[in-house]
Design a protein around this ligand. Structure first.
Ligand code: NAI
Length: 456
């Protein structure tokens, strides 16, 4: 009998397994593919490795601006793919080693609940029964498609396929201008592909602070991404070596179509019907304080959860919360308000807390303060001085949200995470001095301006 059996070895599952050692819990982690899950194997890590390759390529192209004379670079796609695989393999190996060191039993196979406290693992028809005091469901999500656009891995692909393309597509249509669509658009356009992005909405990255989304769209457009927003795509016409995507009276011919219209939970075949776990369109309802589902002793974390963002670091936090409750009976809820969200496009976009729109929807009287990277010394030195830091402050109250568009936004957002998480008043946060010259000074300047004063 294990203290905890976890189904799914992605960020939600492996974080739960790793954290359990703090309390001396015995753990089995059931995984059908490779530990690491979507994030490590076919999501965050490989996608950001490709984006890094695009950034290096762009930097070399701009070398002469800095006085560095290099010949015009070319991109070796197979070397990029090999590096991506090397990064993923290295991290999977590291994770496997860490799980072993923490004495987690990693069980290879497909796990299915058989009532609370029992998980049946199927590996090639062979079944193994695991008894557990607690079960954590962390089975994650898979890419969704739209009618007529079934994935075939060649003409119509998901992000899973695109991360493993054997050659660079010269022309790509991306359906869905969400986070995945925009990250691929940014990477592919920088590496020289012709990129068309379609969305039924008339904006990109829905849910992200609108001014930040507009700034990102402008930057991608400037670099050549063609946006077709507020349109419905017609069924694809697959020809010899090409696909035609129609919209309204127009059409574009591309080599391949990447569908990135969101992800759906992977919960249909894991025995939830043998428990009292409640679901909604496949997503699992869990208590926000404890991660427990409607079935006592069955918990859920990660992308399977209803009503919370599907982010790897959110899954880490949910795993910690579930394990803490299992071990101590004390709730340790995830602070979603202070959970940062980063889009790794060029420029990066990062946000935390509430945007102005969301704060107003919640009935808050807010002020917005922003500062451009335009005149920030370090940004000029780096050659990346486009972008804006924006903070949302409750009138006579704390900082409730922030967004950053610009270089290293994903790193800088964390100081604003503390401001939001600790409900800092602008004057308290502005009292700290940022080192000069740094990119973070843009945050410092925004904080100073939120006190009604200004420096530069
Ligand atoms: P998404 O929800 O961000 O965006 C999907 C987009 O597809 C939306 O703009 C939507 O309007 C559009 N769409 C839906 N149906 C359509 C149709 N029939 N025709 C045209 N457009 C249509 O989903 P995405 O980008 O697939 O990402 C899934 C999730 O993965 C994200 O919500 C996020 O939680 C996670 N993720 C996070 C990343 C990060 O944190 N950097 C990176 C990648 C994914």
């Amino acid at each position: 009998m294990y203290d905890v059996v976890i189904i799914g070895g992605g960020p939600g599952g492996y974080a739960s397994a790793l954290y359990a050692h703090n309390f001396g819990l015995s753990v089995a982690l059931v995984e059908k593919d490779s530990v690491g899950g979507t994030c490590l194997v076919r999501g965050c890590i490989p996608a950001k490795t490709w984006l890094q390759a695009a950034e290096v390529f762009t930097t070399v192209k701009r070398a002469a601006e800095f006085g560095v004379i290099a010949s015009e670079p070319t991109f070796d796609w197979s070397a990029g793919l090999a590096r991506k695989n090397q990064v993923v393999t290295g991290l999977v190996k590291g994770l496997s080693g860490l799980l072993k060191q923490r004495k987690v039993d990693v069980i290879d196979g497909f796990g299915r609940l058989d009532g609370p406290g029992r998980v049946i693992v199927n590996k090639g028809g062979e079944e193994q029964v695991l008894e557990a005091r607690n079960v954590i469901v962390a089975t994650g999500s898979v890419p969704r498609s739209i009618p007529n656009y079934d994935f075939d891995g060649v003409h119509i692909v998901s992000s899973d396929h695109a991360l493993d393309w054997g050659a660079q597509p010269a022309r790509v249509a991306i359906i869905g201008a969400g986070i995945i669509g925009c990250e691929f658009a940014s990477m592919l356009v920088d590496l020289g592909s012709e990129v068309h992005v379609f969305d039924i909405l008339d904006r990109i990255v829905p849910g992200v602070d609108t001014p930040a989304a507009n700034e990102l769209q402008k930057a991608l457009k400037r670099r050549g991404v063609k946006f077709h927003l507020g349109v419905s795509v017609a069924p694809p016409v697959v020809g010899a070596g090409s696909v035609t995507v129609g919209f309204g009276d127009e059409s574009v011919e591309v080599d391949t179509v990447l569908v990135a219209v969101g992800r759906g939970p992977l919960t249909s075949d894991i025995g939830l019907e043998t428990t009292k776990v409640e679901t909604e369109r496949g997503y699992i309802h869990a208590d926000r304080q404890t991660q427990m589902t409607a079935e006592p002793g069955v918990y859920a974390v990660g992308d399977v959860l209803a009503g919370v963002p599907g982010l790897a670091h959110g899954a880490f936090a949910e795993g910690i919360a579930a394990i803490t409750f299992i071990a101590t009976a004390e709730p340790a809820p995830v602070n979603y308000q202070a959970l940062p969200n980063v889009i790794y496009t060029h420029p990066e976009v990062a946000e935390v807390g509430w945007s102005e729109e969301v704060a107003k929807e919640k009935g808050l009287d807010v002020e917005v303060h922003d500062h451009s990277f335009m005149g920030v010394g370090r940004a000029i030195i780096v050659g990346e001085n486009k972008g804006t830091v924006r903070i949302v402050v409750e009138k006579d109250g704390p900082i409730v949200g922030a967004s950053i568009v610009g270089p290293h936004a994903g790193e800088m957002i964390h100081e604003l995470m503390y401001s939001v998480g600790w409900e800092a008043l602008p004057a308290e946060a502005a009292a700290f001095i940022h080192a000069h010259p740094t990119l973070s000074e843009a945050v410092g300047e925004t904080l100073i301006s939120s006190t009604g004063r200004s420096l530069h």
